[in-house]
Design a protein. Structure first.
Length: 185
C-alpha cells in the first residue's frame, strides 16, 4: 500500500482503507511500496512539523529481515554509521541503535519475501534519528546483508506492540490526549 491518498497505477493507497479520514489528514513520513508497519496520519500541524523536521531527530525503529546470518560486527558498523548514496552523493549515516533480533511476531507478508532454501535470514532492530530515502535498505546492503523485509515498528514512543489487538495490515486506530503527548516527548 502506498502511504498516500491519491491513486497511482494499480497500487492500493490509504484511500482503500475502511476508515473515514478527515479531509485535512496527511501521513507523517512515508513507507515505500515494499515496506510495511506503523504509519502516523495527522491533521495536527504542530505534531507533523515536530515529527518531520530533520533537526528534531525523532526516533524511528525498524525491524529488518536480512539475507544471511547478520553478525555483531555488522551491527557495530551500522551503529557507528555507514556510507550510503543519497541522490548520487556519498552520505555517512548518523549513529543508530542496532541489535540482532529474534524473529518478530509480524503478520504474513503479501506477497511473501523471496525464499532461498540454502541462504538463511536473520532479523535486526534498527533505531534511527534521521530518515533518508530507503535508508535502512541502503545501510544493511552497505554491510553486505541486503534487506528482504522491512517493517517500521515504532515512531517515537508509539509502537505496534502498544496496539497488538489492532496490529494487522490495514488496521487504523486513533490516538488522542496522553498518547499524542507520548509522541512529543
Amino acid at each position: 500500500m502506498l502511504s498516500q491518498f491519491t491513486r497511482e497505477g494499480d497500487h492500493k493507497t490509504l484511500a482503500d482503507l475502511e476508515f473515514e479520514f478527515p479531509k485535512d489528514v496527511y501521513p507523517v513520513g512515508r513507507l515505500d511500496a515494499d515496506s510495511e508497519g506503523l504509519l502516523l496520519l495527522t491533521n495536527d500541524n504542530f505534531l507533523k512539523t515536530k515529527l518531520l523536521e530533520p533537526r528534531n531527530k525523532h526516533k524511528r525503529t525498524y525491524y529488518a529481515q536480512v539475507e544471511g546470518l547478520a553478525t555483531s560486527e555488522a551491527c557495530t558498523e551500522l551503529s557507528t554509521g555507514v556510507r550510503i548514496s543519497i541522490n548520487g552523493k556519498s552520505y555517512l549515516t548518523l549513529p543508530a541503535k542496532v541489535s540482532l533480533l529474534d524473529e518478530p511476531n509480524l503478520p504474513e507478508r503479501v506477497p511473501p519475501i523471496r525464499f532461498r532454501k540454502n541462504i538463511p535470514t536473520s532479523w535486526l532492530s534498527i533505531s534511527l534519528h534521521e530518515g533518508k530515502n530507503r535508508q535502512v535498505r541502503k545501510m544493511t546492503a552497505a554491510v553486505n546483508f541486503p534487506t528482504l523485509r522491512l517493517a517500521r515498528w515504532a515512531i517515537g514512543n508509539i509502537a505496534l506492540s502498544d496496539y497488538s489487538t489492532h496490529s494487522f495490515p490495514g488496521s487504523v486506530w486513533e490516538i488522542k490526549g496522553e498518547e499524542v503527548k507520548r509522541l512529543l516527548q
